[in-house]
Write a protein that binds this ligand. Structure first.
Ligand code: C5P
Length: 242
């Protein structure tokens, strides 16, 4: 590598500005507790503890008490950004912030705050597989259920081929400038963008599917908190070899 070239940096972007209406709790789901710590703290640690990640942009809602987020262990690698109306707007704000610090071809790993059970090994695997990829990609999980496509009047139109259908998880890893441009284009056209890959697909790219663990759930409903606690305990047991 000559002095003109550089290794693209890796950034994490954590959208955490949702209100979590489906949870029906007194606060957004990322601030609910899982034992001694909040969902968000578990999620943040996965990225802050990763040696290859240069910095983490945490996107919070305007009404959130920022003092409630413990930045003490972050070592200057955590940056707070204000979120937007929809998840895609929050991601866009985070990308605009990172664009001031990083280079256009740096990698950004976008990961939902509400997914605290991402196994660190899955994060390593995603980075390893995509590091030299021209487009980027996302973690996915297999569907264990048979999937039906709804037609009219609530009746089955057809059964999907389960072997080719995947559930999109996060992180989703794309180049900073390419993702920014894709999100801008998709949002300007009024397309519903619920993940980064769909914005990339909108501009004609084909993100790579990287199989990850189904333990990487998104906390959405109250019962998901119990499941997350079981998975986190399991991961801790596996790490300590018990
Ligand atoms: O609502 P949903 O479960 O899809 O949210 C996924 C992630 O996006 C959550 O971490 C949530 O906090 C975040 N989000 C956001 N800004 C919004 C809506 C959701 O950062 N306006």
């Amino acid at each position: 590598m000559t002095s003109e070239q550089h290794e693209p940096a890796l950034w994490a972007l954590i959208p955490a500005a949702g209100v979590g209406r489906r949870m029906g709790a007194d606060r957004p789901k990322q601030f609910l507790r899982l034992g001694a710590r909040s969902v968000l703290e578990y999620t943040l640690d996965i990225f802050l503890e990763h040696p290859a990640i240069r910095g983490v942009a945490l996107v919070l809602g305007g009404g959130v008490d920022r003092d409630a987020v413990d930045l003490s262990g972050a070592g200057g690698r955590l940056f707070i950004v204000t979120g937007g109306e929809e998840r895609a707007d929050s991601v866009r704000n985070g990308l605009a912030f990172l664009a001031q610090r990083g280079r256009p071809d740096d990698w950004v790993l976008v990961h939902d705050a509400a997914r605290p059970c991402l196994p660190p090994a899955d994060l390593d695997h995603l980075i390893e597989v995509l590091r030299d990829d021209p487009v980027g990609g996302l973690l996915v999980a297999a569907s264990t259920d048979t999937l039906k496509l709804e037609g009219v009047e609530g009746r089955v139109e057809r059964t999907l081929d389960r072997s080719r259908v995947w559930r999109a998880l996060t992180p989703q890893m794309f180049r900073l400038q390419a993702l920014r441009a894709a999100l801008d284009a998709a949002l300007a056209s009024g397309v519903a963008v619920t993940d980064e890959a769909s914005a990339m697909e909108f501009v004609g790219e084909r993100p790579l599917l990287v199989e990850g663990s189904p333990m990487n759930i998104k906390i959405t409903r109250p019962e998901d908190l119990d499941v997350a606690e079981v998975y986190l305990n399991r991961q801790q047991r596996l790490r300590s070899g018990r």
